[in-house]
Design a protein around this ligand. Structure first.
Ligand code: MG
Length: 170
């Protein structure tokens, strides 16, 4: 039997991951308007990964015969006045998601829900990578972003990012 609190947190996480996708799509939108297609590509793929995360939680609940309730996805209402605003918001958001995953983990741990803990292990690792990526963007932009040639090269680098499906198979 699944714990009520764990179930509710898993269900909330579906919404949080879809919101993440929406947030990153809005960041992609910001860079499209800036004419930085490489940055826009990077955030569009990021949005795609977040949809995958949402679907993994959805699938996990379905696999365990848990009732999924889909809620409204909040409007991404952050205003970006400069590129750095986007990178900072990305890092802050990933730290928020890490805390959220940790909360589910702690709840599962409390009731000895080892199955959920094992599934979440992938997300714990993933969040470490997401935070690293967000920090890398900040430091690269600090180093190269203020110079036109550097920005061009950075845009080219981010243009090369390609989508790959999540390695977690449920
Ligand atoms: Mg995610």
């Amino acid at each position: 039997m699944f714990d009520e609190k764990v179930t509710a947190l898993l269900n909330e996480q579906i919404n949080k991951e879809f919101y993440s996708a929406y947030l990153y799509l809005n960041m992609s939108n910001y860079f499209e308007r800036r004419g930085l297609d490489g940055f826009a590509n990077w955030y569009r793929i990021q949005a795609q990964e977040e949809r995958d995360h949402a679907m993994l939680f959805y699938q996990y609940m379905q696999n365990n015969d848990l009732v999924v309730t889909l809620d409204a996805i909040a409007k991404p209402d952050k205003v970006f006045n400069c590129d750095m605003d986007v990178f900072q918001a990305g890092l802050a958001h990933e730290q928020f998601v890490t805390a959220s995953i940790n909360t589910i983990y702690a709840a599962a741990y409390e009731v000895h829900d080892f199955r959920t803990m094992q599934m979440l292990d992938w997300f714990v690792k993933e969040q470490g990578e997401e935070e690293t990526n967000a920090r890398d963007l900040i430091s690269k932009y600090e180093l190269f972003g203020s110079d036109a040639k550097g920005l061009y090269m950075l845009n080219q680098e981010l243009a090369a990012r390609v989508y790959s499906a999540p390695s977690l198979v449920l």
